[in-house]
Design a binder for this molecule. Structure first.
Ligand code: TRP
Length: 344
């Protein structure tokens, strides 16, 4: 069932649908939270949202099975702890919903080798995993396209670095629609202006990543306050002393971005607040504000992890709803390509 809302003329209009996914490859960082998940939470009011822990994408690089299992459940709990409401939104684990793999196969046959070869993420990841450049790593974008197109998503909140994958999703969908009529909604990227682009604390040229070898480079959203403050104090800045957002001050700019995001203050307000105070005081304040901002998430996560039965009902219900919606799209696709329908 589509969620509906009354518009001013009294007619019912379909809310726009959102789809997004996150890989269960570690505890989310402050960057994942401020750049993505926090916005997922905010969008639940206005849109019809589906959010997935994409464990099938995760195995495109080799994973330890026991660890993947734990991280999948932990990521799911974390997503709820951050405020994704399993009643309002469809919150599910990708491998629970078979339509993703099924549509991905069909889309593989409508995606060109040349297109996949041009994906910069494929080039980066194959350079990093030279001993395991598997077919899944190569066709990763068609699985991502399947995720999105199955739900007829109108909007897909993504980071900058996923833009190329979304472009390809649109190309695949347009190609398919061109051949068979309007099967898929063409999704638009949603790169929220308000989303903070958080960088590594040790190398502000890179994005903050949970797979960084140096744990001082990122803040995990479950880090203890003491550790958060320590990491902020060790953050790379510059030889200047003035707290202001300016060209060439990448490290300080990053800390200002973080502080502004967690306190709701503007960059100018932050600069005024720390006028004449120096980096030491500023870094301490950033650490304390981040620790305080993450406290309720950490507490909610502890509560949820102690209740695996509740989590199980949430992801089971999420999978059921996701399957019911996505299967409609899959059936349409199977019909269009000429697959015989069984009487099972
Ligand atoms: N590729 C995305 C990432 O690594 C995760 C992802 C998988 C995704 N499927 C998606 C994001 C569908 C948005 C929509 O960040």
């Amino acid at each position: 069932m589509c969620a509906t809302e009354q518009n001013t003329t009294g007619q019912t209009a379909r809310k726009k649908r959102i789809f997004s996914g996150i890989q269960p490859t570690g505890v989310f960082t402050l960057g994942n939270y401020l750049g993505a998940v926090k916005n997922w939470v905010a969008m639940q009011e206005e849109y019809d949202c589906a959010y997935s822990i994409v464990n099938m994408h995760a195995i495109t690089v080799r994973q330890d099975p026991a660890k993947l299992k734990k991280q999948t459940l932990d990521s799911y709990a974390l997503m709820l702890a951050c405020g994704v409401d399993p009643q309002k939104s469809i919150a599910f684990i990708q491998s629970h919903v078979r339509t993703h793999a099924e549509l991905a196969w069909v889309l593989d046959c409508y995606t060109q080798f040349g297109e996949l070869s041009r994906m910069t993420q494929f080039k980066d990841k194959s350079a990093k995993n030279a001993d395991n450049i598997n077919a899944g790593l190569f066709t990763y974008p068609s699985l991502m396209a399947a995720d999105i197109l199955l739900y007829q998503a109108d909007l897909v909140p993504i980071g900058e670095y996923q833009k190329q994958h979304l472009e390809l999703t649109r190309d695949i969908a347009n190609r398919f629609n061109g051949l068979y009529g309007n099967v898929f909604t063409i999704p638009d990227p949603l790169i929220p202006k308000a989303a903070a682009r958080v960088k590594s604390l040790q190398d502000p040229a890179k994005k903050m990543s949970k797979s960084d070898e140096n744990p001082n480079a990122y803040i995990s959203i479950l880090d203890e306050p003491g550790s958060i403050i320590k990491k902020c104090k060790r953050a790379v800045t510059d030889s200047d002393t003035v707290v202001c957002y300016a060209e060439g001050k990448d490290g300080v700019n990053n800390l200002i971005t973080i502080y502004a995001a967690v306190t709701g203050k503007s960059f100018e307000e932050v600069a005024r607040e720390f006028d004449g105070k120096g980096y030491g005081v500023f870094k301490q304040a950033v650490g304390e504000a981040v620790a305080e901002h993450l406290r309720p998430i950490r507490e909610e996560y502890a509560r949820l992890s102690a209740d695996p039965a509740y989590l199980e009902t949430c992801y089971t219900e999420g999978a059921r709803r996701a399957l019911s919606i996505s299967n409609r799209t899959l059936e349409k696709v199977y019909k269009k390509v000429g697959f015989v329908k069984p009487c099972l």
